[in-house]
Design a protein around this ligand. Structure first.
Ligand code: M6R
Length: 611
């Protein structure tokens, strides 16, 4: 949902901005632009499409300076063309603005400004901010008070970076909704939508809260509240390595992230699970048995892949707690007046911690008295700051738009949480110890699976790449995996795919089955294995092409299916961590064969910070 970066210091600013935008491009790639202030005033270069187009333009027309800003866009208001690309300027061309979010009242503001003679050049909501600042400066105000006054007039969600070419060296940035982080360097300061672009320069990061704004130059950064009170906030030390956000020789981030899952799952349980004493310990989440006893129901709120993790979580948490668990999309939950009270535990699941719908759902529950816990991958993200408890997934930065390692680590977090609940309920320690042991060997099983099956799945991708539709089937804990497999395939290969509970197929989707429809089914040994096999017979009887993800050594399945993908055995609650991996690889290799842009699929963005 747009990536923004601002820099003030002593370095040549364009490489800093472009390097940063490369790391932010996952947030949107409809257009990109930079503004640099130097002896020639402010110079702006913008280009439609991906960052590479902007880089080509800058190669033809190099810009130099030590102060500037950059933007990569996911279009909301106005077509994704060069004219609507950020940065945007006022009538004089000196006030320059970049923005992530939506200014909801931009229309009345625009009409008002037009009446006073302002000329708008773009269809964006953002441009109004530059003109509002200009309007105030026209009546003699300095840049700083003009910005402060402007911020008070804006409604909606924004992360804004604003400069005035006549006051080089001062950056003002403001946050209301979308994320904004500030990196404190030596003789330089840098502001961006997330920490990845900052890590090459500093590890000292300040996370801004909603309503706050900063005034920065190369020597200092002052933080203020919405009502202009100074804020003293200690910077956080970020331990991520800048290299963790690089491709490390893989062709795509997605493939790298699929291969990182063994490490990521291990990092999610390491230091939290103690097999000998059969104890689970979370740093940022602690219930006393008395507090736990007050919980009467659990609501899980999430979007997309995280919602699928929530569906698996429902199985695990209901079994562990014997409490009713509901799972809802953030976009539905926030408007359905859910029944929530102080006996409700709300679990928000979000890789980024900034998905607008999930956060709104969490706010809704909080306002009604629920206790909030977040399963999140980004330290200090908005969702974590509003929660009483957090389970960080420790997957490391996920750059590919299609979520992979974030998902398997969310499943790991739910598994740990289910064991934690069993511990709170005083359930049998030997059972908990056994469950822990099974998790401890999962990373090794992921590695084995990748080693044995990746080449085979690549061949299957070749075989099935031309299919126009896919059906994914699963039951129980594998039904969410069927949904996730279908989502992965459609978002990166643009092939239509549907996920369905295998037992429900006969109530409609069976009509689709013929020799042209590949059906990917998950049929590992669970209590409903025989039922799934019967459902698959129904597919075979209608000539559907069956690709079955099954347990290693399932000889019967080999006779019966067109193709099988064997995965190592594990206990039922952990099976989704393994069964999803073949679906990720299948989607990846099919998308690759079809020439799709795997890491940056069309129309999508990694973090959806608008409604
Ligand atoms: O950051 P979040 O986990 O809140 O994001 C939720 C969805 O937008 C995200 O999972 C999306 O569905 C992915 N592109 C799926 O691969």
């Amino acid at each position: 949902m747009c990536g923004i970066i601002g820099y003030v210091g002593t370095r040549d600013v364009v490489p800093v901005l472009i390097g940063g935008l490369r790391k932010l491009e996952y947030r949107g790639y409809d257009s990109a632009g930079v503004a640099v202030v130097n002896g020639n005033g402010v110079e702006v270069v913008r280009a439609e499409g991906k960052l590479a187009n902007l880089e080509a333009k800058l190669a033809d027309k190099p810009l130099h300076g030590t102060f500037g800003m950059g933007h990569t866009r996911w279009a909301t208001h106005g077509k994704p063309n060069e004219n609507n690309a950020h940065p945007h300027r006022d009538c004089t061309g000196t006030v320059v603005v970049i923005h992530n979010g939506i200014i909801e009242n931009f229309l009345p503001l625009k009409h008002q400004l037009q009446k006073t003679g302002h000329e708008f050049k773009t269809e964006t909501d953002t441009e109004v901010v530059a003109h509002l600042i200009e309007e105030k400066m026209k009546s003699g105000m300095k840049f700083e008070p003009a910005v402060k006054k402007t911020l008070k007039e804006l409604e909606g969600h924004y992360a804004l970076v604003m400069i005035n070419a006549n006051e080089p060296g001062t950056i003002i940035a403001a946050k209301q909704g979308p994320p904004l982080v500030v990196g404190l360097g030596e003789g330089e300061n840098i502001i961006a939508s997330d920490v990845a672009p900052l890590l090459a320069y500093t590890r000292n990061i300040i996370y801004l809260e909603d309503g706050e704004y900063i005034i920065a130059n190369d020597k200092k950064v002052d933080v203020f509240t919405a009502d202009d009170k100074p804020v003293h906030r200690e910077p956080k030390k970020i331990l991520w390595d800048a290299v963790m956000a690089e491709k490390e020789g893989y062709r795509h981030y997605m493939l790298k992230e699929i291969h990182e899952q063994s490490r990521a799952v291990r990092d999610t349980f390491n230091g939290r699970m103690f097999e000998e004493s059969a104890e689970i310990f979370f740093n940022d989440l602690q219930f006393t048995p008395k507090e736990w006893a007050k919980i009467r129901k659990i609501h899980i709120v999430a979007c997309g892949t995280s919602w699928h993790a929530g569906l698996v979580g429902k199985f695990l948490l209901e079994e562990a707690s014997r409490l009713p668990v509901e799972v809802d999309y953030g976009s539905e939950y926030r408007y359905r007046n859910p029944i929530v009270d102080d006996g409700t535990l709300l679990i928000g699941v979000t890789q980024s911690g900034e998905t607008a719908d999930t956060i709104a759902g969490m706010q809704e529950a909080k306002a009604k008295g629920a206790k909030l816990v977040t399963i999140c991958n980004v330290i200090g993200a908005a969702a974590t700051r509003m929660s009483e408890g957090v389970i960080y997934t420790n997957a490391g930065p996920e750059i590919g738009v299609a979520s992979t390692k974030a998902f398997t680590t969310q499943l790991t977090a739910f598994y740990l949480l289910s064991l934690y609940i069993k511990q709170l309920r005083g359930l049998d320690k030997d059972d908990i110890r056994y469950a822990m042991h099974e998790l401890s060997v999962i990373p090794h099983k992921i590695e084995t699976l990748l080693k044995k099956q990746e080449k085979h799945i690549e061949q299957l991708a070749h075989k099935y790449q031309r299919a126009q539709d896919f059906l994914f089937l699963g039951r129980g804990v594998h039904y969410p995996i069927a949904l996730e497999g279908a989502l992965k395939l459609k978002e990166i290969s643009y092939i239509h795919a549907e996920g369905y509970p295998a037992g429900e197929m006969k109530h409609g989707p069976i009509a689709l089955i013929d020799e042209n429809l590949p059906v990917v089914a998950i049929a590992t040994h669970t209590p409903v294995y025989d039922k799934v096999v019967s459902n698959l017979q129904e597919v075979k009887a209608r000539d559907g092409k069956l690709i079955v993800i099954c347990d290693e050594g399932d000889e019967e399945m080999k006779k019966f299916a067109d193709d099988v993908i064997e995965i190592p055995w594990t206990v039922e609650p952990l099976q989704p961590i393994l069964s999803v991996i073949p679906t990720q690889l299948l989607a990846y290799y099919i998308a690759l064969r079809r020439g799709a842009d795997v890491d940056q699929p069309r129309n999508l963005a990694k973090s959806v910070t608008v409604e």
